[in-house]
Design a protein around this ligand. Structure first.
Ligand SMILES: [Zn+2]
Length: 89
């Protein structure tokens, strides 16, 4: 799973890898990731930065992102807004 970080509008938001915390631009994830990489990223299996490496200790933001993705499904805008409201972005 991943989380979105709001910077102003959807095109400027970042997604955070919930496995390693690496930030990725929303547009990059949506348009430059391969379908397989995007699926792994969005389902919490990691990103190109952490594939094949041990997962670091989970941060609070990563844990919250996981929960928000579980309850929000594919609604990444909702995840971004909730994270911003929680002061995590
Ligand atoms: Zn990662």
């Amino acid at each position: 799973m991943s989380i979105l970080v709001r910077k102003g509008n959807i095109n400027n938001m970042d997604l955070l890898c919930t496995r390693c915390g690496e930030p990725w631009e929303y547009d990059y994830v949506q348009h430059e990731f391969t379908a397989e990489a995007r699926k792994k990223f969005l389902t919490g299996l990691g990103c190109d930065a952490c594939q094949g490496k041990p997962a670091p200790e989970q941060t609070y933001a990563m844990a919250m992102a996981t929960v928000l993705m579980d309850i929000s499904g594919d609604d990444l805008d909702c995840v971004a807004a909730e994270l911003q409201d929680l002061g995590l972005t």
